[in-house]
Design a protein around this ligand. Structure first.
Ligand SMILES: Cc1cc2nc3c(=O)[nH]c(=O)nc-3n(C[C@H](O)[C@H](O)[C@H](O)COP(=O)(O)OP(=O)(O)OC[C@H]3O[C@@H](n4cnc5c(N)ncnc54)[C@H](O)[C@@H]3O)c2cc1C
Length: 386
């Protein structure tokens, strides 16, 4: 694909999850002619099943610029495509001494960094002023971060393709599975061959159909998460920021340098080993319909069953009740989502053949980072074609 920079390419993107949409948008913005293939009649993978948290706080320091760039792009696409977005911020709640200690350590360690301007340690009373949802029983304080945004993943991921079509003439082909890719062309399930200059495979957790050999011997795993959502909360009640419990501190890598984290993790493993068995930590967000989205758990590869065990949901709810009070806990739906997680980097990005790219493996950060990861890739490819 050694074209000069001004030359426009015919680009195929496989998969209309957030990673595919991010690539389609970055390509279309550069004036390339883009075709987006999605095998389902409508996107229904991980990208519509999540909390809708643009979770900048959870990213490691080195991924912060990427996360902030992705956040800016979310605000832009939401504005242009008419997608609901709320820059709501987040609070990590501390209901135990070791949780409070970790939050203070995290805050102190960022005092002189760029991050400090977005962070604030909140007393118990300050937490209660910012959210009516924090359970006051045993609440010690919280860590506020202003960088998080909330989107409704289902409506957002389904609204972006028609906007890409109307705004950039992206050719969106639903119900069209891609069954074979090679340099310069792909084949769809109806047997038709289509020629492209560049093909970007964003097939989410399907590691078996296209280029399965690139995943061999790689640290990429599938992960299943349980989720649930309340009915709309009454009387326009709003949660305020996203909320996360102390259990979350052991899940995201950004807290790993905090000295008290080991003690906290040991305490949880000792007191509540069942939470580790199902990889449970708990968080809450609220969408534009007033529904509170709650989760989650983590089961990997061989642990993944098609059935959703009630025990997992019960444990998630048990932990949520410790940190939250909601006007209603009546559930509207329960579901699970599956993503691919690569542990070698923030994403699994490869070019197995010239002009054929694979991008997946972003794990629990796809809604936060994809718009940045795709833009970074297109900048790189643009540079390579100069
Ligand atoms: C329960 C849950 C909660 C999460 N919460 C958050 C959160 O709050 N914040 C955050 O940042 N991240 C979150 N994540 C992570 C995020 O949702 C994922 O990282 C992201 O959605 C992955 O996007 P994707 O495009 O790779 O995959 P998907 O959304 O699964 O999309 C892949 C698409 O490719 C299509 N496809 C596959 N193969 C083919 C083929 N051969 N031909 C045509 N189409 C094909 C599939 O049909 C699918 O639509 C969460 C994930 C889950 C599951």
């Amino acid at each position: 694909m050694h074209q000069n920079k001004a030359q426009k390419e015919r680009v195929a993107v496989v998969g209309a999850g957030i990673v595919g949409l991010a690539h389609a948008w970055s390509a279309a913005e550069r004036g390339h002619s883009v075709t987006l293939f999605e095998r389902s009649p409508i996107a229904s993978g991980a990208s519509i099943r999540n909390f809708g948290m643009v979770w900048v706080i959870g990213q490691k320091d080195e991924a912060q610029p990427l996360a902030l760039m992705a956040r800016e792009r979310w605000l832009r696409v939401a504005n242009q495509a008419g997608v609901w977005i709320l820059p709501c911020g987040s609070i990590h709640l501390a209901h135990r001494e070791d949780e409070w200690q970790v939050l203070q350590e995290f805050y102190e360690s960022h005092r002189s960094s760029e991050r400090s301007k977005w962070l604030e340690l909140l007393s118990r009373e300050q937490v209660m002023q910012r959210t009516p949802a924090a359970n006051p029983n045993g609440l010690l304080g919280g860590l506020w971060s202003s960088t998080e945004c909330c989107i409704d993943p289902t409506s957002a991921v389904r609204a972006i393709p028609p906007w890409l079509h109307s705004h950039y003439a992206v050719d969106v082909r639903y119900s069209t599975a891609v069954v074979h890719v090679e340099p310069g062309q792909l084949r769809t399930a109806d047997g038709n061959r289509h020629s492209f200059d560049r093909i970007v495979i964003c097939s989410g957790d399907d590691l078996a159909t296209l280029k399965p050999e690139v995943y061999r011997d790689q640290t990429i795993r599938r992960c299943k998460l349980h989720m649930m959502r309340t009915i709309s909360q009454p009387d326009g009640w709003r949660i305020g920021p996203h909320l996360a419990s102390g259990l979350t501190l052991r899940h995201y890598p950004n807290f790993q340098h905090c000295p008290t984290l080991t003690k906290l993790s040991e305490r949880i493993a000792h007191e509540t080993p069942e939470l580790n068995r199902f990889g449970i930590h708990v968080m809450a967000s609220q969408n534009h319909l007033g529904q509170v989205v709650l989760g989650d758990s983590h089961q990997y590869d061989d642990e993944i069953e098609p059935f959703d065990e009630a025990e997992v949901d019960q444990l998630i709810l048990r932990e949520l009740h410790k940190i939250l009070t909601l006007p209603t806990w009546e559930m509207q739906s329960h579901w699970h989502g599956i993503y691919a997680k690569y542990t070698g980097d923030i994403a699994f990005e490869r070019e197995p053949e010239p002009g054929v790219h694979v991008c997946t493996g972003i794990g629990g950060n796809g809604m936060t980072l994809s718009l940045g990861i795709a833009e970074r890739a297109w900048k790189r490819w643009e540079g390579a074609t100069e």
